[in-house]
Design a protein around this ligand. Structure first.
Ligand SMILES: *[C@@H]1O[C@H](CO)[C@@H](O)[C@H](O)[C@H]1NC(C)=O
Ligand SMILES: *[C@@H]1O[C@H](CO)[C@@H](O)[C@H](O)[C@H]1NC(C)=O
Ligand SMILES: *[C@@H]1O[C@H](CO)[C@@H](O)[C@H](O)[C@H]1NC(C)=O
Ligand SMILES: *[C@@H]1O[C@H](CO)[C@@H](O)[C@H](O)[C@H]1NC(C)=O
Ligand SMILES: *[C@@H]1O[C@H](CO)[C@@H](O)[C@H](O)[C@H]1NC(C)=O
Ligand SMILES: [Zn+2]
Length: 505
């Protein structure tokens, strides 16, 4: 290209005259129209219609700037696997803010994955009478017992952990191997978990490994107390726990039933709340594995109704758990699930539904079926965008979606969290809450890591302080609390929120 002389002043003037003539006349769209459409879209976003205070707007501007900086980095955490992103997130000032932020309620968590596994290893496995055995596939089982336990099919020899530890060369290495057994966390997740089948297999193995520790009655209570503490430390103020309420056992091999477990949750919750008056408590959603057959499902629903009658305060309802793609679809359980309605009992449902990428499969019908059974919320709803009717119903009847970004990523439904489908739900202000599903399995804590992914990954540069505020308020609004308790919770949250905003601006 040859160098052209800079156009003379005369030519610039002609050009600008021409441009203004074009604008006036026809061809460039009206900037006011553009502006109003942009505002319309912004108002649809979760929290987009909230009126914000001066201080909130200042904090929002601060967050926006921090987000731009993180997005400019070549290692943008939401684009990475959480196991790789975690150290980056820990250093992020946005994460620091989200930890301090009062997040309201944690509505989707499972009973045996609420406490960081370090605690299981460093506290629980160091207790006396703890036996361990190594199975053929090199996974571990634990059992507390006042005598040498008998061999079971997977476990030919139980060894007292004290003895094992004294024989191992390096207890740090040994304890780390136990930590690895109890969580999915690994340095190289892409290599370790090439498929959904493989990651789910390890996930289920880790649950089985933890089982003997967490179902030992004294640990069952301590574990739950520790779980509440960890949520409280993360600035959550209320929990709805999906719980299997399994048989628990004592050192002498005697056992306790589900009612004992529910009573234990109730007692420990009361104790925790009396020590932490700004924590509001917890409710339990009784869960069964979705692999059960129809006659067992009928028994499970009957049991749920009985538990609800005996413990109306803490029992919130019923759900089915386990991998949706391998379990039975909700419609298979139609007889059992219709029973309460038939006999005039109100047993609220909180179904996992749409935690699948198998569009059009039987399991993919779960979203519509969950709504047909009047579910109170939808666990995951990952497939909701493919079900316009379910989406409409969920929106119209205020059936909130419990979005768990890190869980969906680790269990391989999505790899880059900017592409998580709930990004769309957020952009249109669909009723949703953020939760963490199984934080101990993923190495996340409380809700803050998932809030980070939702705010920075799903929300991009669009989400703002209003989004965070709305998400926290949603968690109370869509909880199973009574209207009076919701009001109380919201008032308490509001005070915490105002303090959070003024402390950080
Ligand atoms: C145990 O192994 C770790 C590395 O895995 C090492 O840092 C530590 O020094 C070892 N401790 C002893 C007592 O050898
Ligand atoms: C589980 O612990 C055992 C015993 O220390 C160890 O041999 C095995 O490698 C661990 N499994 C995993 C997945 O790390
Ligand atoms: C283990 O946890 C219990 C209660 O949760 C606590 O009382 C105890 O001191 C802890 N023990 C250790 C060794 O950390
Ligand atoms: C359902 O499962 C239970 C427990 O596995 C079993 O005992 C029962 O026979 C099964 N019922 C049917 C109808 O298959
Ligand atoms: C769901 O709610 C509708 C409307 O209240 C009611 O007619 C229907 O019987 C309910 N279905 C079930 C299974 O609870
Ligand atoms: Zn779940």
């Amino acid at each position: 290209m040859t160098m052209m002389p800079w156009p003379g002043i005369h030519r610039v003037a002609v050009l600008s005259h021409l441009l203004s003539w074009l604008t006036l006349c026809c061809c460039i769209p009206d900037p006011k129209l553009r502006e109003s459409r942009m505002q319309l879209e912004a108002s649809r976003l979760t929290g987009g219609a909230l009126l914000l205070t001066e201080a909130e707007l200042r904090l929002s501007a601060q967050l926006h700037k921090l987000k731009e900086e993180e997005m400019a980095s070549s290692d943008f955490p939401p684009a990475l696997h959480f196991f790789r992103a975690k150290p980056l997130i820990q250093r992020s000032p946005i994460y620091g803010l989200l930890q301090r932020m009062p997040k309201g309620a944690a509505l989707h968590l499972h009973d045996f994955s609420i406490v960081g596994v370090e605690w299981l290893v460093k506290n629980v496995t160091y207790r006396t009478h703890c036996y361990m055995c190594l199975t053929e596939d090199q996974t571990v089982r634990f059992l507390f017992s006042s005598w040498q336990p008998k061999p079971i099919p997977q476990c030919s020899s139980w060894v007292l952990l004290e003895t094992l530890r004294s024989k191992t060369g390096n207890t740090t290495d040994f304890d780390n191997s136990l930590v690895r057994n109890l969580t999915l966390f690994t340095e190289d997740p892409e290599d370790a978990y090439p498929s959904q089948d493989i990651v789910w297999k390890r996930f289920e193995q880790a649950f089985v490994s933890a089982w003997g520790l967490v179902t030992y009655a004294p640990v069952f209570k301590d574990y739950y107390y520790e779980g509440l503490s960890q949520l409280y430390m993360d600035n959550c103020m209320y929990l709805e726990l999906r719980a299997l309420l399994p048989e628990t056992y004592e050192l002498d091999g005697s056992t306790h039933d589900s009612a004992w477990g529910l009573k234990a949750y109730e007692d420990v919750t009361r104790e925790f709340v009396s020590e932490h008056p700004d924590f509001l408590g917890a409710r339990v959603i009784f869960t069964m594995h979705r692999g059960i057959n129809s006659s067992m499902a009928l028994k499970a629903v009957e049991k749920a109704m009985n538990l609800q009658k005996a413990f109306p305060e803490i029992m919130a309802g019923f759900d089915l758990v386990g991998r949706e793609d391998r379990g039975r679809p909700l419609w298979y359980f139609k007889d059992a699930l219709s029973l309460p309605n038939q006999i005039g009992v109100n047993l609220p449902y909180f179904f996992h539904a749409g935690e699948t990428d198998q569009y059009g499969s039987e399991v993919d019908d779960n979203l519509l079926d969950a709504l047909l059974f009047n579910t109170s919320r939808i666990g995951h709803g990952f497939a909701l965008l493919r079900h316009p009717v379910a989406k409409e119903l969920s929106r119209k009847s205020g059936v909130a979606v419990e979005v768990c970004p890190i869980s969906n990523q680790v269990l391989k439904l999505v790899s880059d969290l900017r592409n998580h489908p709930a990004s769309v739900l957020m952009s249109e202000g669909h009723p949703l809450v953020i939760s963490s599903d199984d934080p101990a399995m993923f190495g996340s804590s409380g809700l803050s890591h998932d809030f980070y992914e939702a705010f920075v990954g799903l929300g991009g540069l669009s989400s703002n302080i209003g989004t965070l505020k709305q998400l926290a308020m949603n968690s109370i609004r869509y909880s199973s609390l009574s209207p009076q308790l919701k009001e109380k919770a919201l008032a308490l949250w509001q005070r915490k929120w105002e303090k959070f905003v003024s402390d950080n601006t």
